[in-house]
Design a protein around this ligand. Structure first.
Ligand SMILES: Cc1ncc(COP(=O)(O)O)c(C=O)c1O
Length: 477
């Protein structure tokens, strides 16, 4: 639990960062802040002390506290990626199992796997839904819920697809055991072993594992950390290679965090439709944008039924329930059958509980709040990294979700940093696992969906210290 004074310090830090208080401004008086935050004067004084320690404010004798005037270091974002231009078999994914296992270890500060800490998830409401459906649905939950899956859940998903710009019916949707299964079933249906799959670079390692498991080859396409996959590079690759499918995370991609501008989404779908290349989109973070407006999925622009849309509730409700879905368009029958032969069905109780939660649990209210929380966490962790990491570090500025992609100075080996951090009980995701050819040797990804407090702050400080230790050429900032 974050202590009250720390929370107030973080709120004030955010106001400073957002320019509500400018460098040189006087902070409102202690009494005024104590009234505004409804806390004691001593709590405000503790918050001030923390902000002073962080260098964000300065006390002037008999005058009050002022916002520091020192120039905030400019945050540089990583450059457009330049991956290998040849299709390759995926290498180096063995480490990922250790990474995800660490996400369940109570002693490890979990900055590695992109799994939100349980305190960010609507656990109470979903617990209520689970007990309710187990009580009220007689023994319906005991039976298989064969594909395409629970009707009430599909109806709720169809409603949500409308917010993402797609008009579809419950009958157009197939329930899966999470987005990873949605991606597997889609790729298995469209492509065969040896086929070339074009992907963003860096890419979510789970996708690389699916491509590997299915014996396909990955072709990494240069990707802009703010605008997404390069359309011109993709077209060139299509001219050169026999690309069977393209997999894209258009909204708040993992690890880059960009949201592809709508115009580019439209153009991407048009280009691939002209070449008759199916697109598999992964919208698992689509509900977690920091803007008010929910971005569209690629399927919105799909006039020729080229797009298969995949997603899940793992990042927004509970990953452990394992519920995802596919809107497969013309591949419906093949995918439905593949889902059935793969594991017969998705657990019935999970499907019913999520359906109940979507109807009664206040999902939209929860989303409004958690988006704000992630936005704040991204801002606070970014500040800490700027402060603690070596000069020359570049950090993405995600438009949604909760991960940061960090480019370290060239000489810092992310694998060595991963190893030394683990010895200090800190888990991070090293860059090479985000590339089929193990590029990104000086990059790491950090998940910010951890409670802010001493553990996270000192963990980031330690990580910065370890990065410095691997970077002997300059002194500390
Ligand atoms: C981009 C992306 N797609 C898919 C998944 C897997 O989702 P699920 O847990 O629903 O299988 C993840 C999880 O990290 C992800 O980041």
């Amino acid at each position: 639990m974050t202590s009250l004074y720390r929370k107030i310090a973080n709120d004030l830090a955010l106001h400073i960062e957002q320019g509500i208080y400018k460098p040189g401004d006087r902070l409102p008086g202690v009494r005024q802040l104590s009234r505004e935050f409804s806390v004691s004067i001593s709590t405000i004084l503790l918050a001030h002390q923390l902000l002073e320690d962080r260098g964000a404010i300065k006390a002037k004798p008999r005058s009050g506290f002022y916002i520091s005037t020192h120039v905030q270091p400019k945050i540089n974002i990583p450059r457009v990626s330049r991956p290998s231009s040849r299709p390759v078999l995926v290498k180096g994914q063995e480490l990922v199992l250790n990474l995800v296992k660490a996400s369940n270890h109570p002693d490890i500060l979990q900055l590695g796997a992109a799994v939100p800490h349980h305190s960010f998830l609507p656990t109470k409401a979903i617990q209520r839904s689970i007990s309710k459906v187990a009580r009220q649905q007689a023994l319906d939950y005991a039976a298989y819920e064969f594909p395409p899956g629970h009707l009430s859940l599909r109806t709720q998903i169809a409603k949500r697809m409308l917010m993402a710009g797609v008009q579809c019916l419950a009958d157009d949707i197939i329930i899966t055991n999470g987005c990873q299964e949605s991606l597997t079933l889609s790729l298995q249906t469209i492509a065969k072993p040896g086929d070339i799959i074009a992907i963003e670079s860096p890419a979510f390692y789970g996708l690389l594992q699916v491509i590997d498991a299915l014996g396909m080859k990955a072709l990494e396409i240069p990707t802009d950390p703010e605008r997404g996959i390069s359309l011109s590079a993709l077209e060139l690759a299509i001219e050169k290679w026999n690309i069977r499918s393209v997999v894209i995370v258009p909204n708040f991609s993992n690890p880059l965090g960009y949201c592809m501008p709508e115009k580019r989404k439209k153009k991407l779908v048009k280009i691939l439709s002209a070449y008759n290349i199916p697109i598999i989109e992964d919208d698992v973070y689509g509900d977690l944008g920091f803007d008010q407006v929910r971005p569209s999925v690629l399927k919105k622009y799909d006039r020729s039924d080229t797009v298969i849309s995949c997603s899940s509730f793992s990042k927004t409700i509970l990953p452990g329930l394992r519920v995802g879905w596919i809107v497969p368009g013309r591949y419906y029958n093949q995918i439905e059958f593949k889902k059935y032969v793969t594991n017969l069905a998705t657990p019935t109780l999970s499907q019913m509980a999520i359906a109940d939660f979507l109807v009664h649990g206040g999902y939209e209210r929860y989303l409004r709040q958690v988006r704000e929380t992630y936005k704040n966490h991204i801002a606070i962790v970014t500040q800490a990294i700027v402060k603690y990491f070596p000069q020359g570090t570049r950090i993405t500025q995600p438009k949604g979700a909760f991960v940061l992609w960090i480019e370290l100075p060239k000489s810092i080996d992310a694998m060595a940093l991963y190893e030394s951090a683990l010895k200090e009980n800190i888990s991070i995701a090293p860059g090479p696992i985000f590339s089929a050819s193990q590029k990104y040797r000086n990059f790491i990804r950090i998940s910010c969906a951890q409670p802010w407090g001493d553990k996270l702050d000192s963990g980031l400080l330690t990580l910065g210290r370890l990065a410095y230790a691997l970077y002997p050429s300059t002194g500390r900032r």
